[in-house]
Design a protein around this ligand. Structure first.
Ligand SMILES: NC(=O)c1ccc[n+]([C@@H]2O[C@H](COP(=O)([O-])OP(=O)(O)OC[C@H]3O[C@@H](n4cnc5c(N)ncnc54)[C@H](O)[C@@H]3O)[C@@H](O)[C@H]2O)c1
Length: 268
């Protein structure tokens, strides 16, 4: 039985990721880039996958400059063949995959009554279907190995309907990620694969800056700030501890869980 006095590893050692191999989608910028750095700093080898290969290569270089074993992979994660090729590239390079971070996503503000079918489909394709495709391809190598950590980026929007902007399709896609993750967690737990989600609140990334730079966006920030108990928007570094925790053996008894990191937004 594990004992707090005689345990072979200290608690911080149990957060280390040496010898692990991580794949991060949407790793070229924003939250994915921060996840890639966090996992690499904790000792993992990191594959940075993105539809933007130039950006992924920049992050690959940043990681290599820190001494992290890293590669960049071009992948449009909405395409099943490209998702498979992405996982194949990781297997070819390292022969295993222990951590899959399915993070690529998009945002859009549009009133429900004005939303086109294309708006809806584009949102679901990337934010929900692609998360399933990636988790499926990752699990196909993790399940035979008997161990794996899948971490999907959901959002606080999976649990609340944001205001004042309208984004019903985004919110629905993220609620889908949450329940998909719980369902996969239940299905794969007995074979060693854990599936959890990280749900950020409002974080300063390109995705949010682009929305804030629209005419309606100018009014948003003060309204959001009023509702965030900790009084500021998040920075990507605020999420890094959570991804290392969920990727590491420190969280091995945790699956199907959602870590909401939102400055307290959802408590009100
Ligand atoms: N920024 C926030 O406030 C916030 C809040 C909650 C959840 N999230 C979620 O976090 C995740 C990352 O968001 P971000 O703010 O870092 O966004 P971002 O726009 O800064 O980065 C998204 C990355 O995904 C990549 N990408 C887009 N389409 C792709 C595709 N088809 N295949 C592969 N890569 C693709 C982009 O090239 C980009 O590098 C998203 O799932 C988003 O919904 C963000």
């Amino acid at each position: 039985m594990a004992d707090v006095v005689t345990s072979a590893k200290s608690v911080l050692e149990r957060f280390r990721l040496d010898g692990r191999v991580a794949l991060v989608t949407g790793g070229a910028q924003g939250i994915g880039r921060a996840f890639a750095h966090a996992l690499g700093e904790a000792g993992a080898a990191v594959a940075v996958a993105d539809i933007n290969l130039e950006g992924a290569k920049r992050v690959e270089s940043e990681l290599q400059a820190k001494g992290v074993d890293a590669i960049a992979i071009h992948a449009d994660v909405t395409q099943p063949n490209q998702v498979q090729a992405m996982v194949d590239a990781v297997m070819e390079r390292w022969g295993k995959l222990t951590i899959g971070v399915n993070n690529a996503g998009r945002g859009q503000w549009v009133d429900a009554e004005a939303m086109s079918v294309e708006d809806w489909d584009r949102m679901m394709d990337l934010n929900l279907k692609a998360v399933f495709l990636c988790a499926q391809a990752e699990a196909r190598v993790m399940l035979p190995a008997g161990y794996g950590k899948i971490i999907n980026t959901a959002s606080m929007s999976a649990s609340i309907a944001n205001t004042p902007q309208n984004q019903a399709h985004y919110n629905a896609s993220k609620a889908g990620v949450l329940h998909l993750s719980r369902s996969l967690a239940a299905e794969w737990a007995s074979r060693g694969v854990r599936v959890n989600t990280i749900s950020p609140g409002y974080m300063r990334t390109q995705l949010v800056e682009d929305l804030l730079n629209t005419p309606i966006g100018q009014e948003m920030e003060p309204k959001w700030l009023e509702r965030i108990p900790l009084g500021r928007m998040g920075q990507v570094t605020d999420l890094q501890g959570a991804v290392v925790y969920l990727a590491s053996e420190a969280s091995d008894y945790m699956t199907g869980h959602d870590m909401i990191i939102d400055g307290g937004y959802c408590v009100w």
